[in-house]
Design a protein around this ligand. Structure first.
Ligand code: GLC
Length: 596
């Protein structure tokens, strides 16, 4: 009996011991954060995000302006392109003073784009094709035509404090009220407009027709959560959050912002004349963002991408959160736009440092992204050179992270000249006929070029909201589909290549960077290594990749892809090339497969 008890006790101890060991091992492994299982990765890590400017993709109900029926009809094109998610710039009800970024109903569709039924149909079609739909969420402001603002003017509760209202600092002898402080609008001039009905100023970070919402009023926070829930319940796959850093201002409206001493701007109406210490990146912004994150996390597989334009990369990084607090999945990486405004700024070194800056500044465990252009910036082909179109697409689609492609970048669309008479963008209009071209965003917003028929096949109406680029006769989707080699074909090859293991989770390294050469490797141990080489110079070169490389490169490599050039047969895809005598014309990118 006693022996049996002792044996039983021993067995029980052994059993408990084994359980404890299993538990300890399991916890230790999880504590080290196991390698992610790639197939379970969220869609936004696997996908290219494609930005559609809805007025300009395709005019399905012909009136010269693009719409939802038009976008839906291009589902096949987008899925063949190989992108995984489509971000729609705003399609909500809007007086269109800032082309949809001035919203008068956050939960309805503007008739210019169609109906809610058109939107539902679009989401259905896209989902059936495996395309995610990401909405633009514009929380900082509404339109001045929004009923909330109209009721706020009249101090109708609960709307009285939905916006940022302030008494004048003082009133001049002639009766003119003076704004409470010197804060400036991004679109220039005072950020305060007098409302005579309410007898107060209201604050607007952008146009006077875009009054800023007051997130210090809990009702506003609630309303905007309802907006997010409305669209999530409709099945959208996430949001791009507009102008996020502007969400809060300091409470004390008597504070003037200091003049930017480090800037050469002398025009006191220009936004960057001041240092924006009181109007951007206030700590409360992160609290609200966290609440939105929680809300999204109640739904499976949603993305939150944040628009934060700031010269200080560490400030931008705060929007990722950290290893304990998740905020946006990523703030957009605008470094390739900000640091590379024109060709003279582009060298191997600047590309390396710009890319490195993002990768090295990211908080631990976060995910990079790459943006070459959008509806607020000149087209990359015009900024940096048409010869670089393929090389830059290769770069952004093959680096680790999520590329964000602006419509038309896949075919290398260029800026379009828009005359003063045709100018639509309020940012251009506010600078007047002499200076509008330096500020107007219209040149990058013109209709997508589908074919060489009249108006580029964008519409069957006889006019378009912005002029079509005259280069559409040769630069269009149809021509590039038929051509043996084209930007479009390279782009499609790239989205296919991205599906390979090495691009999904491979390591990266920068083996050779000079003034004229930018290169990186993608590799997985004991398997293939890809090397992208770009001639960043404006000369045709014969490169010796062994010169100055920080690893031992093989003698030869196999060409996988190369830019569209009228170059040498020596680098035809499929051919074996000598890495010590590699011809690369200006702006050319060459993707090689190496045996290392
Ligand atoms: C964002 C948008 C821009 C718009 C502004 C005001 O920066 O990208 O197009 O004008 O917000 O909403």
């Amino acid at each position: 009996m006693e022996r049996r008890m002792i044996l039983g006790f021993l067995f029980a101890t052994l059993f408990v011991g084994v359980i404890i060991i299993i538990l300890v091992c399991f916890t230790a492994k999880n504590g080290k954060r196991p390698e992610p299982v790639i197939d379970d990765e969220p869609f936004w890590k696997r996908s290219v995000v494609f930005q559609v400017y809805p007025r300009s993709l395709y005019d399905g109900q012909p009136d010269g302006t693009g719409d939802l029926i038009g976008i839906r009809s291009k589902a096949e094109y987008l899925s063949e392109l190989g992108v995984g998610a489509v971000w729609l710039s705003p399609i909500y009800k809007s007086p269109m003073k800032d082309f949809g970024y001035d919203i008068s109903d956050f939960t309805d569709i503007d008739p210019i784009f169609g109906t809610m039924a058109d939107f539902n149909a679009l989401v259905n079609t896209f989902h059936n094709k495996g395309l995610k739909v990401v909405m633009d969420f514009v929380p900082n402001h509404s339109s001045d035509q929004h009923p909330w603002f109209q009721k706020s003017i009249k101090r109708q509760d609960p709307y009285t404090n939905y916006y940022i209202w302030a008494k004048p600092k003082n009133v001049l002898d002639d009766g003119t009220p003076v704004p409470p402080n010197n804060w400036l609008s991004v679109f220039r001039g005072s950020a305060w407009t007098w409302n005579k009905d309410r007898g107060e100023f209201y604050y607007h970070q952008f146009l006077a027709e875009q009054p800023d919402l007051n997130y210090r009023d809990p009702n506003v926070t609630q309303e905007m959560k309802k907006v997010l829930t409305f669209w999530l319940d409709k099945g959208v796959d996430g949001f791009r959050v507009d102008s996020l850093q502007h969400l809060f201002e300091v409470e004390d409206l008597s504070l003037d912002e200091p003049v930017a001493s480090d800037s050469d701007i002398t025009d006191p109406d220009e936004y960057n004349y001041l240092n924006h210490t009181y109007t951007i990146n206030q700590p409360e912004t992160f609290t609200v963002l966290r609440e939105w994150r929680h809300l999204l996390d109640k739904y499976p597989d949603k993305v939150l991408m944040a628009e934060v334009y700031n010269n200080n990369v560490d400030t931008v990084m705060q929007y990722y959160g950290n290893d304990t607090v998740s905020l946006a999945d990523f703030p957009f990486n605008f470094l390739l736009i900000d640091n590379l405004q024109n060709r003279s700024q582009l060298t191997g070194h600047t590309l390396r440092s710009t890319i490195g800056l993002w990768l090295d500044s990211m908080p631990e465990g976060k995910w990079p992204n790459w943006v070459l252009g959008n509806h607020d910036n000149g087209r990359v082909a015009s900024r940096l050179g048409t010869d670089l179109v393929d090389a830059l697409n290769m770069m952004t689609l093959l680096l680790p992270g999520t590329p964000v492609t602006y419509y038309g970048e896949e075919i290398g669309m260029e800026n379009t000249f828009v005359s003063w008479e045709d100018t639509q963008d309020p940012q251009g209009c506010r600078w007047g006929p002499q200076h509008y071209q330096e500020h107007s965003r219209d040149p990058a917003r013109t209709p997508m070029q589908w074919n060489n028929s009249s108006l580029a096949g964008f519409t069957t109406a006889n006019t378009t909201w912005l002029p079509v680029n005259p280069n559409y006769k040769t630069l269009n989707v149809e021509a590039q589909t038929k051509a043996k080699n084209s930007h479009l074909k390279i782009y499609k090859d790239l989205t296919k290549l991205r599906k390979e293991e090495v691009f999904k989770k491979g390591h990266y390294a920068f083996p050779l960077v000079t003034e004229d050469i930018f290169s990186f490797l993608r590799y997985v141990e004991e398997s293939e290594t890809y090397m992208l080489v770009i001639n960043t110079s404006e000369e045709d070169l014969e490169l010796n990749l062994h010169h100055g490389a920080n690893i031992e490169l093989p003698h030869t490599g196999q060409v996988v892809l190369r830019s569209i050039t009228d170059t040498s047969v020596k680098t035809e895809p499929g051919s074996e090339v000598d890495l010590s005598k590699l011809p690369l014309v200006r702006g050319e990118g060459l993707l090689l497969l190496l045996s290392l």
